[in-house]
Ligand binder design. Structure first.
Ligand SMILES: C[S@@+](CC[C@H](N)C(=O)[O-])C[C@H]1O[C@@H](n2cnc3c(N)ncnc32)[C@H](O)[C@@H]1O
Length: 254
């Protein structure tokens, strides 16, 4: 399947999208990196009978250095793990459970063996860098690498959490390997691993909402920070100039 065929499968629902991609690409071996309670795994295993080997990779562990809302406590993670297993027990002979962080367990997957990798783990800059770089060699040439949380703002979660950098990192990754990046609804992205470097990078944005993959427009500060900046500057400038200053700050961050 090439990138334009991939883009033509665009759907508004991520489950329907990946079921179509997996079935139409004839995927037999795939990885879900970041499984949580196994809802996505269950859906794929139920609706994609051609998938013979489904790697479920997740530490299911509270991590000290993962500042994201789903980093629940260990007792909760044990329940989440049990749920993921229960949901996929019907396909026990097709699933391969890799319990650990990407760097700890990814080498259990042979190089060039995956038809598809769905990356949905740690979406911070550290996480997406590690996951894309370490997963890429595992995918066959012509295989698909994609994932979730290609969010048009890094403030995907409240500001007390680490920002989400899948976007633009995945776009830069696609450019580095010379393949188009396809963006779908519900923050999904995908790219085809080329057999050789062809410098065919372009963005195929099926949502028409993303614009250029530049960091500046995404790091627009959250509203609260913008108000604080304005208040801070407001103390130093004449009230008559406050609105001019607001316009200037807003322009700087758009
Ligand atoms: C958004 S959830 C996955 C949701 C799941 N794919 C779905 O669609 O239902 C993210 C998962 O990434 C896992 N995760 C966090 N850090 C990770 C790491 N370093 N390596 C692998 N998985 C990680 C978390 O344990 C969590 O279960």
């Amino acid at each position: 399947m090439n990138s334009d065929q991939l883009a033509a499968l665009s759907k508004s629902d991520r489950y329907a999208l990946w079921v179509d991609i997996i079935n139409q690409a004839g995927v037999e071996t795939m990885l879900e990196l970041g499984v949580y309670a196994g809802e996505f795994s269950e859906h794929i295993l139920r609706h994609c009978p051609g998938v013979k080997r489904y790697y479920m990779l997740d530490p299911w562990k509270h991590l000290d250095n993962w500042n994201k809302p789903l980093n629940v406590n260990q007792a909760e993670f044990d329940k989440v793990y049990a749920e993921a297993m229960r949901r996929t027990d019907f396909a026990a002979e097709r699933r391969v459970v890799l319990r650990g962080r990407t760097v700890e367990v990814i080498e259990q997957i042979p190089d060039g063996s995956l038809d598809l990798a769905y990356i949905d783990g740690d979406h911070t800059l550290k996480g997406i860098s590690i996951d894309m770089i370490r997963t890429y060699p595992k995918v066959k040439p012509g295989g698909i690498i994609g994932g979730d949380d290609y969010s048009p703002t890094i403030w995907h979660h409240p500001e007390r959490f680490e920002p989400t950098l899948v976007c633009p990192f995945a776009a830069y990754f696609a450019e580095s390997i010379g393949t188009p990046l396809v963006i779908f609804e519900q923050d999904q992205f995908a790219m085809v691993k080329p057999a050789a470097f062809e410098a065919d990078f372009r963005i195929i944005d099926t949502t028409s909402r993303y614009g250029a993959p530049v960091l500046k427009r995404q790091i627009r500060p959250p509203l609260r920070d913008r108000i604080m900046m304005i208040q801070h500057l407001g103390r130093r400038i004449h009230p008559a100039n406050v609105f001019r200053k607001i316009r200037k700050i807003t322009a700087q961050h758009s």
